[in-house]
Design a protein around this ligand. Structure first.
Ligand SMILES: NC(=O)c1ccc[n+]([C@@H]2O[C@H](COP(=O)([O-])OP(=O)(O)OC[C@H]3O[C@@H](n4cnc5c(N)ncnc54)[C@H](OP(=O)(O)O)[C@@H]3O)[C@@H](O)[C@H]2O)c1
Length: 293
């Protein structure tokens, strides 16, 4: 049985860890809130008390964490990976984090004769559960090759890049579309609603049009059902919108639409929707338009 480390059992991490367990991996698992480890409910799970314990017992570890701060904490912090890893250790972070952080981690691992791969993913909980994530893997090609068996279990396609930043930025580019598309759908819903046309009709027209997407249909249905149970938190899409704007600044490009959308997500935060699904942005747009939710 192949043994690897796994750090972070949030919405995505739990589904990804279960997928690896079902596919013959033994996992040495750390989560900040230790009780969540029991949710994995499998015999091939070895709980670890710290990221350092994961690194002491594995040659490769995956992390799937909230943000850059969390990833830095499990590497550099007390009980972190750097306290115990051996030369040649491979850390594959799959979270959506900052390109400055992924570059720093890559360099700091290199300086310790170890390796950092950034492999963020497109897809949510259900794609994580059935192994159909899209994976953008950046870093040393030879090291990415060593992680291929893991990526095949978690994803349906892997794009490889020769630097960590390319993978990091590509994920942010994809999330700029997610953040924008949900606003576009919400706007279409409120325009239709104000004109006495149902959201169902909007979805039906989309379904027959070149504009359609699986995302519009899935999120459209959950919005219609008033279901804002989180698959992807408002607080995380806002984190990503902030990272997109920071990266745009570094690249000296203007992204005016994302700047405006950021304000909408901040309003979602101030209305207390931060732990709801990002589609709760519909409620902000509906409230602005005076449309009953
Ligand atoms: N949800 C999605 O659809 C989706 C899709 C693609 C990518 N992503 C990205 O994937 C990452 C994880 O997303 P998620 O939805 O699984 O998030 P989540 O449910 O909020 O899980 C976050 C994880 O990070 C841990 N964590 C947070 N702060 C920490 C810290 N300071 N030190 C150590 N651990 C810490 C949490 O531990 P506790 O359990 O102790 O809180 C939890 O395990 C994010 O970067 C997100 O943007 C999400």
């Amino acid at each position: 049985m192949k043994k690897i480390g796994f750090i972070g059992l949030g919405i995505m991490g739990e589904a990804m860890a279960k997928r690896l367990l079902q596919n013959g991996y033994e996992l040495v698992v750390y989560n900040r809130t230790a009780e969540k480890i029991s949710k994995l409910g499998a015999s091939n799970v070895v709980p670890a008390l710290s990221p350092a314990e994961v690194a002491r017992n594995c040659e490769i570890a995956i992390s799937m964490l909230a943000d850059s701060k969390a990833v830095e904490e499990i590497v550099y912090g007390k009980g972190g990976i750097f306290e115990s890893m051996k030369p040649g250790f491979i850390h594959v972070d799959m979270s959506t984090i900052s390109p400055i952080t992924t570059r720093k981690l890559y360099n700091d691992y290199k300086a310790r004769n170890a390796y950092f791969i950034h492999a963020p993913v497109l897809g949510s909980k259900s794609q994580a559960a059935d192994g159909t994530l899209l994976i953008f893997a950046g870093g040393d090609r030879a090291v990415i090759d060593k992680c291929k068996d893991i990526f095949i279990v978690l994803g349906k396609k892997v794009w490889e890049f020769d630097s960590v930043e390319k993978a990091t930025i590509l994920k942010l580019a994809m999330n700029s579309m997610i953040a924008t598309m949900i606003v576009a759908l919400s706007q279409a819903f409120v325009i239709a609603d104000k004109s006495g046309v149902s959201k169902e009709t909007v979805l039906e027209i989309l379904e027959n049009s070149a504009l359609n997407s699986a995302m519009y249909q899935n999120k459209g249905r959950t919005i219609i059902n008033g279901n804002f149970e989180p698959n992807f938190y408002v607080k995380h899409i806002l984190k990503d919108v902030n990272l997109i704007l920071e990266s745009a600044m570094d690249l000296k490009i203007s992204l005016p639409v994302i700047s405006v959308i950021r304000e909408l997500y901040i309003q979602a935060l101030s209305k207390g929707y931060e732990n709801e699904d990002y589609s709760a942005i519909f409620k902000v747009i509906a409230e602005l338009a005076g449309v009953k939710i």
